[in-house]
Write a protein of this length. Structure first.
Length: 320
């Protein structure tokens, strides 16, 4: 195995061992290996041939113990990426910088984020094709509250990551169509494409030919009426809709997997609060540390023709 030496090392581990084992004079060894006599003296005094730590022996940091405790607790509870941790903690810790945050996490053994099986499986994913604003991913997942099962309908726009979600007691065709109407109403931009799976709520594609109704699927009818192209994921390839699948996990990790709710209304209220915080306050690394709403405002300045409404009208208070 190769040796890892510091940049100014003048001896290898083999030479250091020979120096320690030799009975020759310091001057003779220094001349033989072409090194300073002080280097010979140093290695004769040591019992190891490994480089000693070269850094300061005392900790020098502008972070207080309380700051470091806050950083460690936040990292353990969220396991957000380094840049996301920095954006979240900067308002609370005035002297925080990206570099001293990383050094703090390294000191406490928290600099390496654990890899979850789902993340490991998706590490070879390919990059999404670039589309203009208005490509929306839609999916349904289940949530258990007590003994009841509910269905979480989620929509997220590919470019801006702007998201919308609803909880329903059923996942019927009518519910899916109603959810799409709300998505069209809630998103301020024109939707030109929608990507869903092959569930019966969205398409008749998986039904046998003799079982398909003669009329078109209501979800497709609404898409056509709104000038939206409805795309389907490849059968048995759910990762092609991975963006909304990942956001489903984010919603659950920040609601039902962390908190207990007595009623459905409590869950709906917290879900709404999280979506507001996500859309209007959470800075995303994938958006160069803009929030989804800030990304919409940026897109509105570049191409207002792609919008049905001014995004600023979604803010409370006086609009500029």
């Amino acid at each position: 195995m190769g040796q890892i030496l510091h940049q100014r090392a003048t001896t290898t581990e083999r030479i250091r061992k020979e120096i320690q084992d030799s009975t020759e004079s310091i001057a003779t060894l220094a001349k033989r290996y072409g090194i300073n006599p002080k280097t010979v003296i140093k290695w004769r005094k040591r019992s190891s041939v490994q480089d000693a730590p070269m850094g300061s022996k005392t900790l020098r940091t502008v972070l207080t113990p309380e700051d470091e405790m806050l950083i460690c607790q936040f990292r353990k509870s969220t396991w957000l990426a380094l840049d996301d941790c920095y954006q979240a903690l900067k308002p609370s810790i005035a002297k925080l910088s990206r570099s001293n945050l990383h050094r703090c996490l390294r000191r406490h053994g928290l600099h390496i984020k654990p890899v979850r099986p789902a993340e490991e499986a998706s590490c070879n994913r390919t990059r999404f094709k670039d589309y203009a604003l208005g490509f929306v991913h839609i999916d349904i997942s289940t949530i258990h509250l007590g003994k009841r099962k509910y269905y979480l309908f989620v929509a997220i726009e590919r470019l801006s990551k702007f998201a919308y979600a609803e909880l329903h007691a059923e996942q019927t065709l009518e519910t899916a169509v109603g959810f799409l109407k709300q998505v069209i109403e809630q998103f301020p931009f024109k939707i030109h494409r929608i990507l869903t799976d092959n569930g019966a709520q969205f398409t008749y594609a998986l039904l046998a030919e003799h079982l398909r109704p003669k009329r078109r699927h209501p979800f497709d009818v609404l898409c056509q009426k709104q000038g939206i192209k409805h795309k389907l994921t490849q059968f048995r390839h759910p990762w092609t809709n991975g963006q909304v699948e990942r956001f489903n996990g984010t919603l659950k990790e920040n609601t039902v997997k962390q908190y207990h709710y007595e009623t459905l209304e409590e869950l709906k209220g917290h879900l709404h609060d999280f979506l507001m915080a996500y859309n209007y306050a959470r800075k995303l690394k994938s958006l160069k540390f803009l929030t989804p709403f800030e990304k919409l405002r940026e897109e509105y300045k570049l191409s207002p023709k792609n919008f049905l409404k001014n995004p600023d009208h979604y803010l409370t208070g006086l609009n500029k």
